[in-house]
Design a protein around this ligand. Structure first.
Ligand code: NAD
Ligand code: MN
Length: 364
């Protein structure tokens, strides 16, 4: 029997509610099979840790993660600590420190979920957004001076390296190639941002030459938002910069029904370091501690985690359980217009995983 070492980093806010729910799903799954099990190590990093130690995670915290097979993450963000401290001190530290340069965000409308687009059939919206995850607008280069004076100045430098752009575009072309439609849209803003974004366009054309079976096109990011709303079926795999894809993927999640459903994989494709899986949403201050958080985004992230470990059959079973539960309006949380609690949805998904195992064993 294989044993996977999983790090749990719930972080803050509803992260503390949805990560334990994700652990339950993994434990339920492990109980149904003899082929693998999980060993969990939980890390209490985040806002509370910061209040005690002045840091979001220990300075050598990455060392504790390096040997893991995967990381399940919740959210970084505390109502009493500035967002740039919580984000940079925890999530970006892990993503950049473990070189998880491909942030992958599948979006589709699950059965039973009513998206906001009137003319969009569920089959019209089936996207994967690939977000550059280590540089660009989030390179952290910049500074402030003359603080508090009338001549105050501040800069945030967006840094794009050829190596960084090549590797994310290559990842996106490969991913597009693996999907049935073999369709990639490269999103930039190369009309206004006339240096790095022009380099993106050039590199895209160079990488595309190695993928003759992939159909690809370019779109400016502002036009891309309208295209997502008006012609969702014209998109399949999408690649964009750190900031652009951050924004586009919240839009994508909302178009697919709720921010509470959408998953993320932060992938180190070379597998030198562990990859990290997390719901796309944040700490959700307005609902934290109330048992109202939708755990589906975390469960779908668990599916991505299992796929990354190569446990494809297990991943499919969890996805089927998610779809089964999503199809039942009585099991919808408030963000989907229902009354179900985090626990009720979690119990239902776990029960479905257990039930499908019993059925498949009975048939065997
Ligand atoms: P948010 O995602 O926390 O919340 C936006 C809205 O969506 C809120 O109304 C919230 O209630 C709702 N929502 C989000 N997830 C939900 C779920 N699972 N179920 C039901 N409703 C859900 O975004 P925000 O308000 O911009 O940010 C709050 C904090 O989280 C900030 O500190 C921010 O920096 C942080 N944040 C962290 C991450 C991360 O760590 N990956 C991502 C986004 C935001
Ligand atoms: Mn975001």
């Amino acid at each position: 029997m294989k044993t996977y070492q999983i790090a749990l980093v719930p972080g803050d806010g509803i992260g503390k509610e949805v990560v334990p729910a994700g652990r339950k799903v993994l434990e339920t799954l492990a109980h149904t099979t003899d082929s693998f099990q999980f060993e969990f190590e939980a890390f209490d990093w985040g806002g509370d840790y910061y209040r005690k130690h002045g840091l979001m995670m220990p300075a050598n915290g990455l060392d504790a993660l390096r040997g893991k097979d995967a990381i399940l993450f919740g959210s970084a963000g505390d109502p009493d600590i500035p967002d740039h401290i919580t984000l940079w001190g925890l999530r970006l530290k892990i993503c950049q420190g473990l070189d998880q340069y491909a942030n992958v965000r599948p979006t589709r409308i699950l059965p039973g979920i009513d998206g906001p687009l009137k003319r969009c059939r569920p089959e019209d919206l089936n996207w994967v957004i690939v977000r550059e995850n280590t540089e660009g607008e989030y390179s952290g280069v910049g500074g402030r001076m003359h603080q508090g004076h009338s001549i105050e100045v501040a800069t945030d430098l967006s840094l794009m390296t050829r190596a960084g752009v090549e590797r994310i575009l290559r990842y996106a072309f490969r991913l597009a190639q693996s999907r049935p439609r073999k369709l990639l849209t490269v999103i930039t803003k190369s009309n206004a941002q006339r240096h790095a974004m022009v380099m993106w366009d050039e590199i895209a054309a160079q990488i595309a030459a190695g993928f003759p079976d992939v159909t690809w096109d370019k779109e400016l990011v502002d036009a891309a938002t309208a295209r997502m709303v008006n012609r969702p079926a014209s998109l399949d795999t999408i690649v964009a910069t750190n900031l652009h894809a951050d924004i586009l993927s919240d839009l994508a999640a909302a178009l697919a029904g709720s921010l509470g459903i959408a998953p993320t994989a932060n992938i180190n494709p070379e597998r030198v370091y562990p990859s990290m899986f997390e719901p796309i949403h944040g700490s959700a201050f307005d609902i934290m501690g109330k048992g109202l958080a939708n755990p589906i985004g975390t469960f779908w992230s668990v599916v991505l985690l299992l796929e990354h470990l190569g446990e494809m059959a297990a991943a499919r079973r969890v996805m089927q359980a998610i779809e089964h539960v999503a199809a039942n309006p009585r099991l919808h949380t408030r963000d989907l217009g229902g009354n179900a609690t985090t626990n009720e949805v979690t119990e239902a998904v776990c029960a479905e995983i257990a039930a499908t195992t019993r059925n498949s064993l009975a048939q065997a």
